[in-house]
Design a protein around this ligand. Sequence first.
Ligand SMILES: [Zn+2]
Length: 369
Amino acid sequence: MGGAAAHASVAAVAVRPGVPDSLHRTTLSLQEPGSDEVLVETIRVGVCGTDREIMRGEFGTPPTGSAALVLGHEVLGRIVATGAEVQGLRPGALVSATVRRPDGCPACQAGQPDMCLWREYTERGIAGAHGFMVERFVEQERFLVPIPAEIEAIGVLTEPLTVVEKAVRQADLIQRRLAYGWAPRTAVVLGAGPIGLLGTMLLRSRGVEVVTVARTPAPNRAADLVAACGARYVSSREQSVFELGASSDRIDLILESTGASIAAFEAMQILGTNGVLVLLSLTGGDHTADVPTDRINRELVAGNKTVVGSVNAGFIDFATAVDTLGRFERLWPGLTARLITTRISITDDIAPIVAKSGDEVKMVIEFDR
Ligand SMILES: [Zn+2]
């Protein structure tokens, strides 16, 4: 079992869910891995919008019996030790991990916890289970995803990429309804955070013409990344979504990742005939708005348009995302790593750094040792 001492104490970063600005350091007691489990040493963990919502006290639930929740669901780690029955993973190998842990519903039993029916799942670092902002963690082999050494520098982006892998897979599955074949020519990505940028790159890597829309006018880091993969960046302050729709060819696919629900209803109004709009923003607020319901409804019906929500990702999306990161490197060497714009060390005073949101795209916490 290597150096895996029983009941070792490991440093972690946690919040008290529901309590704003409660980010704090804590220690967890670490068990030795069971026979089907793996002990993983954390290399780095990504910080995303969900983590920030949890830090603001708007979201998140601790594990049963705990007041604190260890954060982090975007992880890259290295295997330290494996249980006796672990077949496919070896010490020294790099891994990421899926986020959601199944309940007993039919979807989970069928191997699709991302389509969970009962919604009694847990999610590591989010809902009812500790996350990966911890020096070492134990996980079942079946929830770990091998990461090739060649993509170590960008492997921490696997989980956010799975969100758009699933989104595009949903679109592909839905569009099997089209006898003439589905090959999206023009796509719009709303939002240029990590999800929007990874979605832009994913669609560009498939040869789709992409327009990526975000508020901030260029030049900025996101606009540079969009241009570097051959997509077009539009600031919604300079051109409205409606103006974009009116001046575009038929928009076959829209990914919505702005975090603002009104964008979903604007997107419905520019989606092309037979198109698919995939909604990815878990909007936590309570906003209401006047929207042209007759026009939206009429156009959805008359144009056979599909609007679909998509959350989390399936095991298949993790496998695909790993391949896609390799493809990104071949297409645009070094570009994907530029999404990681902020690196902080686990030894820093991270709360104030994480709380303030600047021009960064993806912040990661490095577990230096
Ligand atoms: Zn379920």
